[in-house]
Write a protein that binds this ligand. Sequence first.
Ligand code: NAP
Length: 267
Amino acid sequence: MKFTTVSKGDKRSNDIQTMMQQYLTEFDLIHDAEEPDLVISVGGDGTFLEAFHRYVHRLDQTAFIGVHTGHLGFYADWLPDEVEKLIIEIAKKPFKVVEYPLLRVKVCSKTGDKDESFLALNEATIKTPDGSVVLDVEIKGERFETFRGDGLCISTPSGSTAYNKALGGGIIHPSLEAIQLTEMASINNRVFRTIGSPLILPKHHPCILKPMVDRSFLITVDHFTKTYMDVDSIQCQVANEKIRFARYRPVPFWNRVRGSFIAEGKG
Ligand code: NAP
């Protein structure tokens, strides 16, 4: 099996990365940063997002696993003191694969020649540096509302515990193929009206956001941000692609939610 590691870059993560690479190659695994079967992220969820985007072009051939040296661990669910056990599991056992849904975002330009498409593991957000965002929200081909406010967040089920949660969105189990649309400070008065609640959309309900006022937009996909001019529409839907996690033991999602937000430790 071919593997690679991605480190957060701090000393602790780098030490764990070096140790894992050394032991795994001694167990006859091949270190291959170009075409790995397994990507081991060492850091926090932010590091895992980086690892995901580094290998997003080969999701069907690569599985991911995270060792967490940060303070939260939604994607990184092995602790530093379990690394030796993990090395033996990787070396000796074929892994089970657990798949989570992703978000497909397409930013279409007015000229049609600069369209860009992304996969998000956590979410995409749409904001503007120029006043309020004004967007027509279309769901499954029908106009739903006009949104005015700070912005919109469209998250995956596994991203529902990240930015989405801070915006009052619901936590969605990643076995559900859905995306969630959450408002950021919508303007609601006698003139302007939005639904005000997070919307959870199934796979066959794409959502198209159409700018009603010419603005520059700040569009984030997970941890990176880009500025766009002349945006015609932003199309969001559950992606056909999925992320594949290498599982050597069960890690129940609700235990992770409880461990991160309610109780000390991992649940
Ligand atoms: P960051 O601002 O350095 O860290 C964001 C925090 O979100 C970190 O504590 C990170 O955990 C945690 N996180 C990431 N994915 C998560 C998930 N699926 N569930 C629960 N927590 C999660 O940014 P970053 O490290 O580059 O990560 C980018 C992410 O930050 C975005 O995808 C967005 O979800 C999140 N974000 C959150 C807010 C907010 O909550 N108000 C605002 C902006 C962005 P680690 O410490 O383990 O890395």
